[in-house]
Design a protein around this ligand. Structure first.
Ligand SMILES: COc1nc(N)nc2c1ncn2[C@H]1C[C@H](O)[C@@H](COP(=O)(O)OP(=O)(O)OP(=O)(O)O)O1
Length: 178
């Protein structure tokens, strides 16, 4: 088990028994204008979906370092303050490895938004998200972000990557275990 994984903090024995792969997901906010920067994924996993910016955490970095690196690589922005706002756990049918996704809000950042090989960035109103072009789970947990609540979400998905068969989503006081 990756020592950076927080799997053992989730009270679910099936979950704890699984292998986990660590990911990050960062949402840059423009609070003055109630906007969030999303990227349209241009290739690979989640192609043609809007999402925050993130990817696999490398073996040599912390989760927060991975979040900053992926944001720069995919959007051109360098986060200067980030808040860990959620933990998402995805279990895909026929995949023995759970995805452990650490979600951050970037409140301040430097640099210029650029399109990368992987992502085409676009600003959206935080109250008018393109959920029909996003992962199925996003519309479930985004309201927690709007309410300023930290959250943990477990989602079980069919192999079609679109159908949620089971979910467990709840607010937490703190993600201090992350
Ligand atoms: C299943 O539902 C999902 N919902 C949301 N909102 N985000 C998800 C979901 N499943 C995966 N993600 C996120 C987690 C990561 O931020 C990316 C996937 O990362 P990727 O596979 O693109 O990782 P990279 O390291 O960038 O990959 P490359 O090997 O292509 O560089 O999606």
């Amino acid at each position: 088990m990756d020592s950076r994984s927080v799997a053992h903090h989730i009270e679910d024995s099936d979950h704890q028994a699984m292998a986990h792969r660590l990911y990050t997901l960062v949402f840059p906010l423009d609070s003055d204008n109630n906007r969030v920067l999303l990227g349209l994924k241009k290739r690979g996993f989640g192609c043609n979906k809007f999402n925050g910016f993130g990817g696999k955490v490398e073996a040599t970095e912390t989760i927060a370092e991975g979040a900053v690196r992926e944001l720069v690589e995919e959007s051109g922005l360098v986060a200067t303050s980030m808040q860990n706002c959620g933990l998402l756990l995805f279990y895909f049918e026929n995949d023995p490895v759970a995805m452990e996704v650490h979600v951050y809000l970037a409140h301040t950042y430097e640099g210029t938004v650029i399109e990368s090989d992987e992502m085409r960035p676009q600003w959206f109103d935080i109250h008018d998200m393109p959920f029909s072009q996003m992962w199925a789970d996003d519309s479930r947990w985004w309201p927690f972000v709007l309410r300023g609540e930290k959250f943990v979400g477990q989602f079980w998905l069919k192999a079609d990557q679109a159908t949620i068969t089971r979910e467990h989503l709840y607010a937490v006081e703190s993600l201090g275990f992350v």
